[in-house]
Design a protein around this ligand. Structure first.
Ligand SMILES: Nc1ncnc2c1ncn2[C@@H]1O[C@H](COP(=O)(O)OP(=O)(O)O)[C@@H](O)[C@H]1O
Ligand SMILES: [Mg+2]
Length: 236
């Protein structure tokens, strides 16, 4: 497995937001992570990406222990995160945002990566020199994903990429996930939109109150009517 998470526990103060969570992602897999608001999905991605320090458990990436490594080290190792709410630089242009995403790759590779992003994201190519603050929500989300891809990640993690987007743009995001899957990329995607996610995922994990309560293929989980309440969400 490319990513192996074992028995991960992460606390905010004395409260455990993740309890003994184990999960794996194989090379070339698209793995979904679903569950209601407050289930611990963002905490889990943050604990893998090095933004949060787990109090127990381990994270292995490409066979090496990377538990508690700093985010920049994780990025260099090939693990990129598209954070919740995108966090692009609104005063910088689209191209400048992308160049920042490429700082960890050799300079000689960056031009080629920019060309690749222009091809993958035609809407961005048309706004190359536009400050990112002028982009629509859907364009901004594509920029956030493109910026993460500029680091040429072995594993790309996305936190709620369709959140807050109009239905037509939700389609764009899921089409993109499918396209990235078809390119053979490895993805770990947090989504509130469970039905759509289970359609594109090879496998998925269902998180609830900080624990994994179900895992399986997308098709298996879609047939689990007992999980329906968890899928449709609602705050905990
Ligand atoms: N910075 C924080 N400080 C304290 N509690 C937090 C913090 N961030 C998240 N939590 C709590 O941890 C739990 C999991 O949150 P989160 O990982 O954001 O869930 P999800 O992404 O599934 O909605 C929630 O109960 C939330 O209130
Ligand atoms: Mg979240």
């Amino acid at each position: 497995m490319l990513l192996e998470v074992n028995g991960l526990t992460t606390k905010y103060g004395s409260i455990s937001a993740l309890r003994d969570v184990s999960l794996s992602v194989g090379a070339g897999e698209v793995v979904g992570l679903i569950g209601p608001n407050g289930a611990g999905k963002t905490t889990l991605l943050g604990s893998i990406a090095g933004l949060l320090s787990p109090s127990d458990g381990s994270v292995e990436f490409e066979g090496n222990s990377v538990t508690g490594h700093a985010p920049d080290k994780m990025l260099k190792a090939g693990l990129a995160l598209v954070p919740e709410h995108r966090r692009i630089f609104v005063d910088l242009t689209v191209a400048e945002n992308l160049r920042i995403g490429g700082v960890t790759v050799p300079k000689s590779d960056r031009a080629g990566l920019l060309d690749e992003m222009a091809e993958l994201f035609p809407v961005l190519r048309d706004k190359w020199d536009t400050p990112a603050g002028f982009l629509s929500g859907g364009e901004a989300q594509q920029l956030a994903i493109a910026r993460a891809l500029m680091s040429r990640p072995t594993l790309l993690m996305m936190d709620e990429p369709s959140l807050g987007l109009a239905p037509v743009l939700v389609d764009v995001v899921f089409d993109l996930i499918e396209h990235l899957r078809d390119q053979g990329r490895t993805l770990l995607v947090v989504e509130q939109n469970a039905t759509r996610m289970l359609e594109v995922a090879d496998r998925a994990y269902v998180l609830r109150s900080g624990s994994v309560v179900a895992e399986g293929s997308g098709a298996d989980l879609r047939s689990r009517s007992d999980l329906f309440d968890t899928f449709v969400g609602g705050a905990e």
